[in-house]
Write a protein that binds this ligand. Sequence first.
Ligand code: SF4
Length: 477
Amino acid sequence: MGAYNHNEVRGMNEPEPLIPIHEMDKVKDECGLFGIYAPGEEVAYLTYLALYGVQHRGQDSAGIAVFDGDTFRLYKGVGLAAEVFNKFSFAKFTGHAAIGHVYSANSKEDIAANAQPLAYHHLWGRLAIGNNGCLVNKEELCNKLAKKGAIFQTNTDSEVLAHLIASYALDNIEDALVKMQKDAKGSYSTVILTKDKLIGLRDPHGIRPLCLGKMNGHYVLSSESCAFHIIGAEFIREVEAGEIIIIDANGMKSIKVGNVCPKHCVFEHVYIARPDSFIDNIGVGQARRNMGHHLAKEFPIEADIVIPVPDSGAFCALGYAEESGIPYTIGMLKNRYIGRTFLQPSQKMRDLSVQLKLSPIKEELQGKRVIMVDDSIVRGTTSRQIVQMLRDAGATEVHMVVSSPPVLFGCYYGVDTKKDQLIAVKNSVEQTRKFIGVDSLYYLSMEGMLDSLGKSPENFCVACFNGKYTVPVPEEK
Ligand code: SF4
């Protein structure tokens, strides 16, 4: 048995986070994953670098588990990967395979406890797991497992999946994973590290992303392909819906379960994924540009300039400008040095947050009729402040176009949107327009959004727009 450096969690006594500026009024994904099987390489350090590529998917904690076949090591903590691994020595953090995880918490109390990867002892030996997604039957599974004696230390789905896999008491993890695919309902993209294997799997609908790459002949897994670029890996393909990928000394093996029905999250393209990632056979930046083309066709507006809300509106704004012929320009600058600034949760500080984060470029805006492009509207409070800022800077008209339909339903598959926070639920488009204070407001049609992806609309989850949940959710039961 090797040394077991489990749950070395930093930051347990740090002050509670207040309002994270970078997350205000935006939907957010909750996790990013990475995995590497590469004997002879610095797998832990490469994982650390790759976590920068998925950092936008989770900023509250980061962790890495590494295995050399004998000694299993785990290090994780609260904060960005750069903060958690600042001054960390990778020299003894060696092995042939590693997994990494970044996480955004739903509640500030959960951050340290739910930092991943999680690590366990099992019949097969040690096992580390990191997950992105949300099990809709978590409560039911937890109850069943608890009756068999399971004790939970976190409220993560990763722990439920680990217990579920272990509860089958099978000799072979591959058979246990196939069985788990039948019992676990909802979304999960998961990476698992065992003594001799790196495993990646997606739920039968492939709701959350996971892709496969290669680096110097070694296999790597990541939530998004942009992480591959950092470590010099090339994108091979996406892990398919319901597919289990097993990587070990013999190479790569794929197990596919029956009854798969791809329903990839459309919000990955709209906002979550980085524009330099490749998802669902299309570059995310190109998909957003296509959305801009559709918006310009659906809603031609007479204006002088097209500007993005940084950064997620950039590619869509470019698309709108290309299609409409109206010049694209940068109307506001994002302060890149705010980092993880947290504000006092008072209205005054909320009001100041936009000024801290965004600054108008008066020379570009003065006397101009402006089309402002954003990806979505959640509460509308930030959009309202931005619009006022543009008017104060001299814009004579502000029109807003949004690259998705109104968000009307909460997400139960791993994206933090709650129905009671959504402005579109209780307000018509006209009421929202008035609240935000724009001259006109247009949302991209569902057809336009899906057509921008160049793939059958049947392949996408659009539940937060139409309420048609692929996997029945708790409210509907
Ligand atoms: S409900 Fe919306 S955010 Fe959630 S998985 Fe479906 S498309 Fe994505």
